[in-house]
Design a protein around this ligand. Structure first.
Ligand code: ZN
Length: 393
């Protein structure tokens, strides 16, 4: 009996030690995240034209200053998200307003700073500032003008997610039932060359499988998947990356930034969210409500409460383990999708204050400090830096 008690005490103190170590590491190491939807959340909250947005008190979402500080988050990529129903003209305008919004956020909060390269983030980190680099989610904003890639680069955008929920002028989307191009369009190929030349990272999240393979055939620079998880965990879900794709990304020296969303890391959650979304849509159509009607969201929340579709932080760790087992630890990072997922974050990883839980999980699974550093930022920064080298402008 005594022996058992001693063992339990030892075990508890070991777990406590790992918790402390994770807390310490989260502050010591730069934590980068490839995809946070703060700009569009603020846009939806009607704050797009506000000049002064205090992120120290705006706490309605997954990301704000107190949460980022407590979680040790240093470099969250702000997603300049363009919904697929916007015309190319509207998309260009919205992208510019959201970029302006990020500037306003930086200017009105002294904890934030601009960053357009890994070195900027490292310098800001030393000055205890949180960097807000930008990526654009949906190449529709480029319109038909190749020169717009450089226009957006010059405004601070460092990656472009080629498409979103629908096929666009560049390529097909994994979410679109129709496939317009069978992969990349001819214009899309030109965009890839231009992005490579300019030093703009290519984000393969959201593209169809055929588009992905077309991209990998022609890109001369490493790519990112800014918020995707292994399809191995969610068979048939094209929005995630298959083992074949993970291997190709590793050969290309790119990185997969793991999406934390429940439906991205757990098959049962994926099915439950599908059921919920179908049920909500049928209910909405029956009641003739607009998508934006608050009653629709309320009904969704009711179903979520009823079905409890949440995954667990261990599922996110499984996603990391899967990539690690397949191609090693040089091609993994974080792409939480915070503020972009609605109510679908897993238990233990609900917002930007929870990165230490993830580090604790990695320690428990035997990842070394060196490995954790790679996952937290070094892999992502390697890809970012490589893209910025040998720019042809
Ligand atoms: Zn997305």
């Amino acid at each position: 009996m005594k022996k058992i008690i001693i063992l339990i005490i030892l075990l508890t103190s070991c777990i406590d030690k790992m918790k402390d170590q994770a807390q310490k590491l989260s502050k010591e190491i730069i934590i980068a995240d490839g995809h946070i939807d703060l700009p569009y959340r603020l846009h939806k909250e009607g704050l797009i034209n506000e000049k002064n947005i205090n992120l120290a008190v705006n706490s309605s979402g997954d990301f704000d200053i107190p949460k980022a500080k407590s979680g040790g988050l240093d470099s969250p990529f702000m997603s300049i998200y363009i919904p697929s129903d916007k015309s190319e003209n509207e998309a260009f305008k919205l992208a510019n307003s959201l970029i302006e919004l990020v500037k306003n956020i930086i200017e009105s909060n002294e904890d934030f700073e601009y960053a357009s390269s890994p070195q900027d983030v490292i310098d800001n980190f030393k000055n205890q500032k949180i960097s807000l680099p930008m990526g654009m989610e949906n190449g529709s904003a480029i319109g038909e003008e190749i020169k717009n890639v450089k226009v957006f680069f010059d405004k601070g955008i460092r990656y472009i997610t080629l498409t979103h929920a629908k096929n666009n002028q560049i390529c097909d989307s994994s979410y679109d039932e129709e496939r317009k191009w069978g992969g990349l369009s001819e214009f899309g190929k030109k965009i890839i060359y231009e992005m490579n030349n300019i030093g703009m990272m290519i984000d393969v999240s959201h593209v169809s499988d055929d588009a992905f393979f077309d991209i990998m055939k022609i890109t001369s620079k490493p790519v990112i998947a800014s918020h995707s998880s292994p399809r191995f965990l969610t068979p048939g879900f094209e929005r995630n990356v298959s083992d074949e794709m993970i291997k190709l990304i590793s050969e290309n020296n790119g990185v997969i930034l793991v999406n934390f969303g429940s439906s991205f890391v757990n098959n049962n959650s994926n099915k439950l969210y599908n059921e919920i979304d179908t049920e909500v849509e049928n209910w909405r159509l029956k009641n003739k409500y607009e998508i934006s009607n608050s009653k629709v969201l309320e009904y969704r929340e009711l179903l979520i409460k009823d079905k409890n579709p949440f995954a667990d932080i261990d599922d996110v760790l499984d996603a990391i383990d899967h990539i690690n087992n397949l191609v090693g630890d040089n091609h993994i990072g974080f792409g939480s999708d915070f503020d972009g997922l609605g109510n679908s974050l897993p238990r233990g990883l609900k917002n930007a204050s929870d990165y230490p839980n993830l580090i604790e999980g990695l320690l428990k699974r035997g990842y070394s400090k060196e490995s954790i550093e790679k996952i937290c930022y070094k892999n992502f920064f390697r890809v970012w830096e490589t893209n910025l080298q040998n720019r042809q402008i």
